[in-house]
Design a protein around this ligand. Structure first.
Ligand code: NDP
Length: 251
């Protein structure tokens, strides 16, 4: 069954890791996708990878180089895509970064970059694409937060603040637009094997695994399954929720 046949989806951070796995799942289910990232080379590579997942040669797979933290640039992108596509059905806000440090050592620039990339980006994207969704009386927004935004984590105050902020934004916006048939939910991954967790040293990985009842890191596919469900009609009565996919960390 092609659960997203003909749907138009934008996946920020879709050029690698979790975002790319979500984009692949959507393409396999018939969606047209635009993936967003800042690195042109990685974007072109991901576009080719995703084309290989198409079930119909007419499906669109595009890469857009864009800094999601830049309000004007996102507004321009939104205007162009909305005109060309006549609206967007699914938005996955997955672009994210870390600049880890202890609170007393976090530089202002590292606070701002993390908050702008992880949280302001969700405002930027929602602000520009929501109008079309309201007009169409349909839409799905999926925000990729983190268990760190629920539980906290020492050394990640800026990251945790951005991820908790996403949850508050999601719950409030869900209530604002529920009557327009738009659903907005979060997925909170635990520790997933990607470039982001690849930066951790062995001692950090070992200490993380002690917190995971399943005793292993998750895979990007395991997040993509949840993202497919939240984008499909099967989740139509679910809004304002946080689905944790974390091997039992927050159980
Ligand atoms: P990666 O570091 O592998 O990928 C990050 C993605 O975000 C890349 O596609 C990157 O594109 C894009 N990106 C970063 N900054 C910007 C920007 N300013 N504008 C546009 N795109 C940008 O991360 P993961 O796949 O590991 O994580 C994806 C999301 O999941 C993040 O939000 C992260 O916080 C969250 N998460 C991850 C967990 C994990 O264990 N991996 C756990 C919990 C949550 P480019 O390279 O082109 O800049």
């Amino acid at each position: 069954m092609n659960r997203l046949e003909g749907k138009k989806a934008i996946i920020t951070g879709g050029t690698r890791g979790i975002g790319r796995a979500i984009a692949a799942r959507y393409v396999e289910h018939g969606a047209n996708v635009i993936i967003v990232g800042t690195n042109e080379e990685r974007g072109a590579e991901a576009r080719e990878f995703l084309k290989g997942h198409r079930i119909n040669p007419e499906q669109t797979v595009e890469f857009r180089k864009l800094d999601v933290a830049n309000h004007e640039a996102v507004a321009e992108f939104g205007k162009e895509v909305s005109e060309r596509w006549g609206g967007v059905d699914i938005i996955v806000n997955c672009a994210g970064i870390t600049r880890d440090n202890l609170m007393i050592k976090i530089k202002e620039a590292d606070w701002d970059t993390v908050l702008d990339t992880n949280l302001k980006s969700v405002y930027n994207m929602s602000h520009v694409f929501l109008r079309g969704m309201i007009k169409n009386r349909a839409g799905k927004i999926i925000n990729i937060t983190s268990v760190v935004g629920i539980m906290g984590n020492p050394g990640q105050v800026n990251y945790a603040a951005s991820k908790s902020g996403m949850i508050g934004l999601t719950k409030s916006l869900a209530k604002e637009v529920a009557s327009r048939n738009i659903s907005i939910n979060c997925i909170a991954p635990g520790f997933i094997e990607t470039d982001m967790t690849g930066q951790l040293n062995e001692a950090q990985k070992e200490s993380i695994l002690k917190q995971v009842p399943m005793g292993r890191l998750g895979s990007t596919k395991e997040i993509a399954h949840a993202a497919l469900f939240l984008a499909s009609e099967e989740s139509n009565y679910i809004t304002g929720q946080v689905i944790t996919v974390d091997g039992g960390m927050t159980a």
